[in-house]
Design a protein. Structure first.
Length: 190
């Protein structure tokens, strides 16, 4: 079932991408994971809201079924959830290239999952993905490395917004150090 859905999706985007290329254009797709910026009513049946930590976003989110609803407390991601999420980014990157996109931009800003891991005001984990800038950027680097290995580093970018405060992000003391380190490590990936 899923393979037919993915194939239909790829074929649909291929038509769009071919049209862009026929006019001499280039087109990238942006891949994101909302993390805690979600609600179970906006997910497939049995979908769960996951994030680096069980820290709910303050405020409400629109749902088609019940209109505005408070953000739920997300489930803290297990190591298996993290591995699956990385694999999903890689698979989505491969499908994007198969669909004819010229490249992929990882969305690491606006308070979505990658930035949730980077920002210590949201990331309250107590493992290899927390406690220091080097650990908090680990997820971004693992996704970038594996996606680059799958599609080529010349087809991959990442969007960051260090001083953004969207979706509950806050400015923190190590912000310059964190994003300088992230830029350095991403440059090492090429």
């Amino acid at each position: 079932m899923f393979s037919k859905i993915f194939l239909d999706h790829v074929n649909g985007w291929r038509k769009v991408n071919d049209a862009v290329h026929n006019k001499g254009g280039k087109i990238f797709v942006q891949l994101m994971h909302t993390g805690r910026v979600s609600h179970p009513l906006n997910l497939p049946v049995n979908g769960k809201v996951i994030a680096p930590s069980a820290e709910a976003l303050k405020g409400e989110i629109w749902t088609d079924q019940k209109q505005m609803q408070p953000f739920p407390v997300p489930q803290e991601m297990s190591n298996e959830d993290i591995k699956n999420t990385i694999d999903e980014y890689v698979q989505s990157s491969k499908l994007a290239v198969e669909a004819g996109f010229d490249g992929v931009e990882l969305h690491g800003a606006n308070g979505y999952l990658i930035e949730q891991f980077i920002n210590p005001t949201v990331n309250k984990r107590n493992d290899q993905y927390s406690s220091s800038p080097a650990n908090r950027i680990r997820l971004a680097l693992e996704i970038a490395q594996k996606a680059a290995d799958a599609i080529g580093n010349d087809r991959l970018g990442i969007r960051v917004s260090p001083y953004g405060i969207s979706n509950g992000m806050a400015i923190y003391d190590e912000i310059d150090e964190t994003y300088s380190l992230l830029a350095e490590k991403l440059n090492e990936l090429g």
